[in-house]
Write a protein that binds this ligand. Structure first.
Ligand code: ADE
Ligand code: ZN
Length: 334
C-alpha cells in the first residue's frame, strides 16, 4: 500500500467524532424532494438533479438563502426524525462514534412548527442511534445571528424546558454585520441556565469576532475560526489556551472562503499547534460527509498520518464527552 492508501485506510477505520454539523444541512435533495411531496410544500425545483445543480454558492449568504428554503419542507416530528436518522446512517458509514449536532429552531418556529416536534424528532433518532449502533451524541441549539436579540431570548426560554436533551447553545447564520457583541446578554443568560456555549466566528468575519466570542460570549469552542491567522496575538492566545477550532474544509471551498482546497490554511493552523479538527458543516450542500472532508483535505494539503491522528484526537479532546470516554477513545486511536 502506498502512503496515500494507508492514510485513506486509517481515516476510514479510525473511530471519529464530529463537532460541527447542522442537521438541516444534512438534508439530501432526495429527502427534500420526498418531504416536499409528503407535506405538500412547494419547492422551486422540479427534480433532485435540479436541486443539486442549484448548489453553486458565492459566499455564506448565497448559501443560507437556499439552505433556509430547503428547510421549509421540515414540518412534522417524523420529518426531523427521518432527517436525523439519515445523518446517523452516514455516521455509521464513516465510523463516527460520537457527534454533536446543531439545529436552528428559529428557521422552523415562524413557519408554525412547534419546538417540541423539532427537538423530539431529532432526539428520538439520536436515542435509536445509541441503541442500534452505539453512536453517542449531544444536541446544541443555534441562535440565528441575523435575527434580533428578542427572538433569540424567546427560543432560549423554550430550550430551558429541554435541558435533558439540549446541552449547549451556539451562534450561526450570516456572520458579517452581526457581531458577537449583539448577543452578550443572551449568552450570559444561557450560561446562567447551565448551557455550554460555542459560536461560529472567523468564517467570513474578522478576527475581532473571534476575540469577542471568547472574551464577551465566553464560548468554549470557535466554529470555523479560519480567519484567525490574520491576527498574530489571537493565534498566540488560541494556541496557549488550546481553544478548539471546528474547521470545515469542503464548506470553506463551496462558500469561497478559499479559492481551492490546495490553498486552505488548515495545515498551517495544525503546524502552529492550534487545536483544529475537521468537520462537514452542511454535508448535503457542500459535497461530502466527514470521511470525504478528511480524505480530500489530506490529498490537497499532503497531510501525513501524524496530521490525521492529531486532527482526530483534537476532535475527541474538544468534544463535550466526559473525561473517561475521551480517554477511552484516545487510547483506541493511539
Ligand atoms: N448555518 C448553516 N451552515 C452555516 C455556516 N457554514 N455558517 C453559518 N451559519 C450556518
Ligand atoms: Zn456551521
Amino acid at each position: 500500500m502506498n502512503n496515500l492508501d494507508n492514510i485513506i485506510d486509517f481515516i476510514k477505520k479510525s473511530p471519529k467524532t464530529e463537532l460541527h454539523i447542522h442537521i438541516e444541512g444534512s438534508l439530501e435533495p432526495e429527502l427534500m424532494f420526498k418531504l416536499s411531496k409528503r407535506n405538500k410544500i412547494e419547492i422551486p425545483f422540479k427534480s433532485v438533479e435540479e436541486i443539486r445543480s442549484a448548489y453553486n454558492f458565492t459566499n455564506l449568504d448565497s448559501f443560507l438563502k437556499i439552505y433556509y428554503e430547503g428547510s421549509n419542507v421540515l414540518i412534522n416530528e417524523e420529518d426531523f426524525f427521518d432527517l436525523t436518522w439519515e445523518y446517523i446512517l452516514r455516521c455509521k458509514q464513516d465510523n463516527i462514534v460520537h457527534t454533536e449536532i446543531f439545529f436552528d429552531p428559529q428557521s422552523h418556529i415562524p413557519r408554525g412548527v412547534n419546538f417540541d416536534k423539532i427537538i423530539n424528532g431529532i432526539d428520538k433518532a439520536l436515542k435509536k442511534a445509541e441503541k442500534d449502533f452505539n453512536i453517542t451524541s449531544k444536541i446544541i441549539m443555534c441562535f440565528l445571528r441575523h435575527l434580533d436579540e428578542e427572538s433569540c431570548f424567546d427560543v432560549l426560554k423554550k430550550a430551558c424546558n429541554y435541558k435533558d436533551k439540549i446541552v449547549g447553545v451556539g451562534l450561526d447564520s450570516s456572520e458579517k454585520g452581526n457581531p458577537p457583541t449583539k448577543f452578550k446578554r443572551l449568552f450570559e443568560l444561557a450560561m446562567k441556565e447551565g448551557f455550554l456555549t460555542v459560536a461560529h466566528a472567523g468564517e467570513e468575519g474578522p478576527p475581532d469576532y473571534i476575540w469577542d466570542s471568547l472574551n464577551i460570549l465566553k464560548v468554549k469552542r470557535i466554529d470555523h475560526g479560519v480567519q484567525c491567522l490574520n491576527d498574530e496575538k489571537l493565534v498566540d492566545k488560541l494556541i496557549k489556551e488550546q481553544i478548539p477550532l471546528t474547521v470545515c474544509p469542503l464548506s470553506n471551498i463551496k462558500l469561497c472562503v478559499f479559492d481551492k482546497l490546495e490553498n486552505h490554511n488548515l495545515k498551517k493552523m495544525l503546524d502552529k499547534g492550534l487545536r483544529v479538527m475537521i468537520n462537514s458543516d452542511d454535508p448535503a450542500y457542500f459535497g461530502g460527509y466527514l470521511n470525504k472532508n478528511l480524505i480530500e483535505t489530506s490529498k490537497a494539503l499532503d497531510l501525513d498520518l501524524q496530521d490525521i491522528k492529531k486532527l482526530i484526537k483534537n476532535s475527541f479532546k474538544s468534544s463535550f464527552l466526559d473525561e473517561e470516554k475521551k480517554k477511552k477513545w484516545l487510547k483506541k486511536i493511539n
